[in-house]
Design a protein around this ligand. Structure first.
Ligand code: C2O
Ligand code: CU
Ligand code: CU
Length: 469
């Protein structure tokens, strides 16, 4: 075991560094973000390959959307796919009903729908994203390429050191392509571990180039937009200074040697240009989510290739007067004590077919697979709840809640090192995680689910109804 880890520890820089990261970007103007968005199967460039994927407005990842607290958003969406789809605004605190973040909508092939909502004035700045959410098809459509960033600019962006930092957006996504550039079958294990592919991309490129100036700061906005792959990222010779998690800023930077991102999670980190000019690789280390980071084990199967891979390459360019790290970011208000504590267990089992590792696998929350006609959890507006989520199965499950962000209160009885706003938390086998959430404004139906999207599609989702008191 030890030996093979050592032998594998030499990163393989498979492809020469490609160009800089670029996005088609739509920004709000005069308080309105307005755009047409189309989902369509088409061929796109992925690194040096032509791939037949599913794209928003012809690009993978989709266009980068940017708005501010208080802005109105209008997305005139057209489904040019041959199957139904819809759009989820992951992490945005907006109404889950009507034409807001309504994942119960179904937009048939050829049909259009305008998503229309207002971002609250009090919305935190942060790195959010959008992706399809039609139950049963989510993993397939995301693996096909449908996902894009939704940036809310606000208070965090006005902190002088953060403002002075150069910014890069890294949408981390794996793909599996056959020799014709079509999405290849990821095998029967995919039903268990979730589909994953060997082609790692960052914002649609293989090993893109990033630059930092000597003395300067680089702000990396990281999103794991893969359906099931976990990322464990480190930058050679540079510590990462975490400034924001899923739901926005933390209260002060936290120095980390690596950042682990479960599917759906985001992190913003600052990098200091304090090294000698040279090339430094942003590496993804092998990671087995079922064992909390240790290697080996059967469930690691199609996730870790067993070696480090280069995600992007950082080089030095020019120099600036030294920008220090910010000392204070944005205070995180602790949530009041909960009125209610609920238990959730995550597990899987055999469905009707009863065959091993395949079609018969059902994923469940509290022993029930998702049923759209059932309301699993009813909460009252203007209350605070603790949810204790226990994984009694053998695979990690990144638990995600729509509409309201939460704070992690404890993980296996241990408090977290610093408070943070989250909307995804990975729960390893045997682990219990306690999260706290306040229901303060929106009523109506929304969902919670595992963000390994094959698990979600196979039942690991529940409906949450927030009721007017
Ligand atoms: Cu990104 Cu319901 O998820
Ligand atoms: Cu979501
Ligand atoms: Cu899961």
């Amino acid at each position: 075991m030890l030996l093979s880890q050592c032998a594998r520890s030499q990163p393989i820089s498979s492809t020469p560094v490609s160009g800089p990261i670029q996005f088609q970007t739509y920004k709000s103007e005069g308080g309105l973000l307005s755009l047409d968005l189309e989902a369509k199967a088409q061929s796109v460039q992925l690194g040096d390959r032509t791939a037949n994927l599913l794209a928003y407005n012809g690009t993978v990842p989709g266009p980068l959307l940017e708005a501010k607290p208080g802005d109105k958003v209008q997305i005139r969406f057209t489904n040019q796919l041959d199957q139904p789809t819809n759009i989820h605004h992951h992490g945005l605190h907006i109404p889950p009903t009507g034409s807001g973040d309504n994942v119960f909508l179904e937009i048939s092939p050829g049909k259009s729908h305008t998503y229309e909502y207002q971002i609250p004035d009090t919305h935190p700045a942060g790195t959010f994203w959008y992706h399809p959410h039609k139950h049963g098809l989510v993993a397939e459509q995301l693996f096909g390429g449908l996902a894009g960033l939704f940036i809310v600019r606000g208070e965090l962006d006005e902190i002088p050191e953060v403002k002075a930092a150069k910014e890069e957006f890294l949408v981390l996504k794996d793909f599996a392509l056959d020799s014709n550039g079509n999405i290849s079958d990821t095998g029967h294990m995919a039903a268990m571990t979730g589909r994953a592919g060997g082609l790692l991309t960052a914002s649609g490129q293989v090993n893109p180039a990033m630059t930092i100036s000597k003395g300067g700061l680089l702000r990396l906005r990281l999103l794991n937009a893969s359906p099931s792959r976990f990322f464990r990222l480190s930058l050679e010779d540079h510590p990462l200074h975490l400034i924001a998690t899923d739901g926005g800023a933390i209260s002060s930077p936290a120095e980390l040697s690596e950042v682990v991102l479960a599917p759906g999670e985001r992190a913003e980190v600052l990098v200091q240009g304090s090294q000698k000019p040279g090339e430094y690789r942003l590496l993804n280390q092998p990671f087995n989510p079922a064992q909390g980071g240790m290697m080996g084990g059967m469930m690691g199967g199609n996730q870790s290739s067993g070696r480090s891979e280069t995600v992007a390459t950082l080089t030095y360019e020019g120099s600036t007067e030294e920008i220090p790290l910010p000392t204070q970011l944005i205070a995180i208000e602790p949530l009041p004590e909960p009125q209610t504590t609920r238990q959730f267990t995550l597990n899987h089992g055999m469905g009707g077919g009863g065959m091993m590792m395949g079609g018969g696998m059902v994923f469940m929350i509290n022993d029930k697979a998702y049923d759209p006609s059932r309301i699993d959890t009813q909460v009252m507006l203007n209350t605070v709840e603790d949810w204790e989520i226990t994984n009694t199965g053998s695979m990690a499950h990144p638990f995600h809640v729509h509409t309201n962000k939460f704070q992690i209160i404890s993980q296996n009885g241990q408090p977290v090192p610093y408070p943070a706003w989250k909307d995804v938390v990975s729960v390893s086998p045997g682990e219990t995680v306690c999260i706290r959430m306040a229901f303060r404004d929106y009523t109506g139906k929304t969902v919670y689910h595992c963000h390994v999207l094959d698990h979600e599609d196979r039942g690991m989702m529940g409906t949450l109804e927030i009721q007017q008191a």
